[in-house]
Design a protein around this ligand. Structure first.
Ligand SMILES: Cc1cc2nc3c(=O)[nH]c(=O)nc-3n(C[C@H](O)[C@H](O)[C@H](O)COP(=O)(O)O)c2cc1C
Ligand code: SF4
Ligand code: SF4
Length: 431
């Protein structure tokens, strides 16, 4: 049976599944029930200076799919609305009662060294396993010079990380904001400041939808609204890319990553791990479906690892990173062609419409004159292998993209004679 235990920047955890800093981790009552359900660790809801933050009502909104499934989730909550003392007392007690579970304490303070120097020994005294610096909250707190306002300035990220490393022996995880052009800049700054790890992503600036009668966005607070932070399944592709960007950046190579963003099942988790995460954090899925989702995550991951012959998480962590590259290094001679399995086809014509109207006019619609029956066939000469028909087909597995034997060797864009700058690029690479 696969071993799900991990060691993440020196912190041992019975499994890679941690709850992210958010309402599910905001008090002992929740965290204890999460541990009972099987979560390996939690990042406690962000603590700050007293007096504690004050929240508004209402606070959440969602971007729905057709069947009212929540695709994306948006919130305008601030950090903890409970006193520092109460949180620290509860952390101490829970850690004492659950020594084999990880508790990371998330922190957010103004950029004044004395404030960090003051709080860090208090956090250390709780017995917590590490700290996470919340440089990512995109709403409310940046207006007060914290959260994303720090995470968007690499110099601040480096400075505060360095203060923390000076004032605590605990591992320091820097949580990054995705509301930035190039996430590698703050990740590099965190590393330069001595961070033991980075975690990402925090939420993305968002407005989900409007009430067109009241002419106001959701969530509504007394007739007005404000942008919130977007998370949940919809942000997973953005988070995965940012994790990969950091994992394959030579300047942050080896820096442990805790992957966050839209993780809702074992497969999502496996993907984050394969792209370089050492552990994963979950928020929205637990908020929508409860703590017990971790059972499917543990069982599914463990079963998949057994099937694949992976005995530990470390064995496949980062395994997809070398296969993630710049566009210019993709093989220009690789070719796939769509193939329709006529036995599975329900003749809906969606592939035809998609290819005809917006792609390469490579699917023929043949109508039997006698019966009126339609058949769809790929014109192999014209198909460029874009995947659009496979994506739009409602029958899973009906269209497959089949690799062709072109007989041509690997050739990337820097080597391609069609590249007007090929020689220059090649010369630059040699230099
Ligand atoms: C209601 C809510 C409150 C949150 N509060 C915090 C917080 O206090 N500190 C923090 O670092 N992140 C906070 N987050 C962000 C999450 O920890 C996480 O980074 C983000 O939701 C992406 O993960 P997900 O897609 O699994 O939700 C909050 C998210 C939500 C939905
Ligand atoms: S892969 Fe693209 S080009 Fe080829 S048949 Fe499908 S939609 Fe058309
Ligand atoms: S979209 Fe799929 S099911 Fe519909 S006609 Fe095309 S191949 Fe057949």
């Amino acid at each position: 049976m696969a071993d799900l235990s991990i060691e993440f920047c020196g912190i041992k955890s019975i499994n890679p599944f941690w709850l992210a800093s958010a309402p599910p981790t905001d008090k002992a009552y929740n965290v204890v029930r999460a541990f009972e359900a099987g979560w390996g660790g939690v990042v406690w809801k962000t603590l700050g200076e007293d007096p504690a933050a004050v929240n508004v009502s209402s606070r959440y909104s969602a971007h729905y799919g057709k069947n009212r499934e929540v695709l994306g989730f948006n919130n305008i909550e601030l950090i903890t609305d409970r006193s520092l003392e109460l949180n620290l007392q509860e952390i101490t007690q829970v850690k004492k009662d659950w020594p084999d579970r990880v508790i990371i304490v998330s922190l957010m303070l103004p950029c004044e060294e004395r404030l960090w120097a003051d709080i860090l020994p208090q956090v250390e005294a709780t017995g917590a396993d590490g700290i996470e610096l919340n440089f990512g909250c995109p709403h409310g707190m940046p207006e007060r010079g914290m959260g994303a306002a720090v995470g968007q300035v690499p110099e601040y990220v480096e400075m505060v990380t360095r203060w923390c490393k000076q004032h605590t022996r605990l591992p320091v995880i820097v949580k990054l904001t995705p509301n930035i052009t190039d996430v590698r800049a703050p990740a590099r700054a965190a590393k330069a400041g001595g961070a033991d790890a980075v975690s990402l992503i925090n939420t993305i600036n968002s407005i989900t939808h409007l009430d067109l009668d009241q002419m106001v966005a959701f969530p509504i607070v007394g007739g007005a609204s404000t942008h919130g932070g977007y998370c949940g399944s919809a942000v997973k592709p953005i988070a995965l890319n940012m994790v990969a960007e950091i994992a394959r950046d030579p300047l942050t190579a080896g820096l442990p990553i805790s992957g966050i963003g839209g993780i809702g099942n074992w497969r999502d988790a496996a993907e984050f791990i394969a792209l370089g995460s050492g552990c994963v954090q979950v928020c929205t899925a637990a908020m929508l479906h409860g703590f017990r989702i971790v059972e499917e995550m543990k069982d599914g991951l463990s079963r998949w690892m057994d099937q694949k012959g992976y005995q530990s998480i470390a064995e496949f962590s980062g395994k997809a990173v070398p296969n993630t590259t710049d566009w210019k290094y993709l093989n220009m001679n690789y070719q796939v062609i769509a193939q329709i399995n006529q036995d599975d086809c329900i003749k809906c014509g969606r592939c035809y419409v998609a290819c005809e109207d917006t792609s390469h006019q490579s699917i023929n619609q043949l109508v039997d004159a006698a019966t009126g029956t339609r058949t769809y066939e790929v014109n192999q000469e014209e198909c460029v292998g874009c995947n659009l028909c496979e994506i739009t087909c409602p029958v899973q597995g009906c269209i497959t993209m089949v690799p062709q034997d072109t007989g041509k060797p690997y050739m990337n864009w820097t080597q391609d004679p069609r590249n007007p700058r090929a020689e220059k690029v090649a010369a630059e690479q040699v230099a």
